[in-house]
Design a protein around this ligand. Structure first.
Ligand SMILES: *Cc1c(COP(=O)(O)O)cnc(C)c1O
Length: 378
């Protein structure tokens, strides 16, 4: 089976984890801080706080910014569901904007439309933050998004879960807003099993995230003080050791993913599947390679047929407003986000990882063509 993703776990990764396990100090050792410093350096920003997942990173970033009941957070309609769930979890309300089908990212015009309608309201219903997502590792249109957010006086929090190492206009993913959030889930380019990171240039924000990740404790004059109810969202030291050996080869992994994505672009050129518009140089790390099947294709049968030919695929990501919870809570319906409707219905993720071979990718393209040839159309 050609798998969707195979995490890069080399001998040095295993040795790094083994060393921590053998030391007997599993949670309060040196590696969490070391990993934080290394990620801060990659993002070119002062502070990084390691946490237990990308979802925890987003949750704490919103809490530390003071987003809460009565607030609105504007985000994309098409992302992993955690992007919107964290807004609900802090008691705020997500307002979704449609995507650009060529990039799968939040369309700046759609953001402008929402901000021009809601951006000036004060009190309950005020827009507190914009939460753009770098879909599938490709950076959103951050210059336009940052400009709009500044114009309306709204904070930017980047869901950069899939985009560690991406750079747009000389500025890395995670460094565009008040805070950036990364994930190290095994579906991302570098992994710690579960894990996440909040990055920020704001020392107070970083310190508040540290307090919240560790039971609400803060060093005080008489030792530790518990200043508010917090979480246990800490990362273990063996995960951080793995993170360090992973980010040490980030450049190589990104290069391999870019080469594999370019190979798919070539293999699929001239076929009836739509590939994404080329991303500006350096701005995509290709966490996933997602294509759009021809209109009316029965995607389920394509996935099954490719699986029968030994190729694992899946849908793109989630149309959040049409999830059961968001649909029933806010009354969204098909037609509210036409581009997300279309992309969510037609997207297919192909296998992509460091170490996928050219013959593997040719087999994927052949299985896709065969699957499309035999698929029913609706
Ligand atoms: C993976 C992902 C998350 C959540 O990260 P976890 O580490 O799985 O909690 C959030 N947002 C996006 C866009 C993601 O892809």
């Amino acid at each position: 089976m050609i798998r969707l993703n195979v995490p890069v776990i080399d001998a040095d990764d295993i040795a790094a984890v083994r060393k921590v396990l053998e030391s007997g100090f599993l949670v309060q050792g040196e590696h969490v801080q070391g990993f934080e410093e290394e990620v801060a350096e990659i993002v070119g920003i002062e502070h990084a706080v390691a946490v237990s997942s990308g979802t925890a990173a987003l949750h704490l970033a919103l809490l530390a910014l003071g987003v809460g009941p009565g607030d609105v957070v504007v985000t994309t309609a098409y992302s992993w569901v955690a992007t919107a769930n964290v807004v609900e979890l802090v008691g705020a309300r997500p307002v979704f904007v449609d995507i650009d089908p060529a990039t799968h990212n939040m369309a700046p015009e759609a953001l402008e439309d929402v901000l021009s309608r809601m951006g000036d309201s004060a009190g309950a219903g005020r827009v507190k933050a914009v939460l753009p997502v770098h879909a599938f590792g490709r950076m959103a249109e951050m210059p336009a998004i940052a400009e709009l957010a500044a114009r309306y006086g709204v904070a930017v929090v980047e869901d950069a879960a899939c985009a560690l190492g991406a750079i747009l206009d000389g500025r890395p993913a995670g460094a565009w807003g008040r805070a950036g959030c990364f994930s190290f889930h095994p579906r991302k380019a570098v992994t710690t099993g579960e894990g996440g990171m909040v990055v920020t240039s704001d020392a107070d924000l970083a310190s508040q995230v540290r307090v919240l990740r560790n039971h609400g404790q803060r060093p005080g004059p008489d030792g530790v003080e518990f200043v508010e109810p917090g979480f246990n969202y800490r990362m273990t030291d063996f995960q951080a050791a793995l993170g360090r050996s992973q980010v040490a080869k980030l450049d190589r992994i990104i290069e391999a993913r870019r080469a594999a994505a370019a190979r798919y672009d070539t293999l699929l050129a001239g076929t009836n599947v739509e590939t994404s518009a080329p991303a500006p140089d350096g701005s995509s790390v290709h966490q996933s390679y997602v294509v759009l099947l021809p209109h009316g294709t029965d995607r389920t049968s394509v996935i099954a047929s490719m699986r029968a030919r030994g190729v694992e695929t899946t849908i793109g990501t989630v149309h959040i407003p049409l999830c059961a919870y968001y649909r029933s809570t806010y009354g969204y319906a098909p037609g509210d986000f036409p581009s997300a409707d279309d992309v969510a219905a037609r997207s297919l993720t192909l296998p992509l990882y460091d170490g996928i071979t050219a013959p593997d990718q040719e087999a994927v393209a052949a299985a896709l063509a065969a699957g499309l040839g035999s698929a029913r159309t609706r």
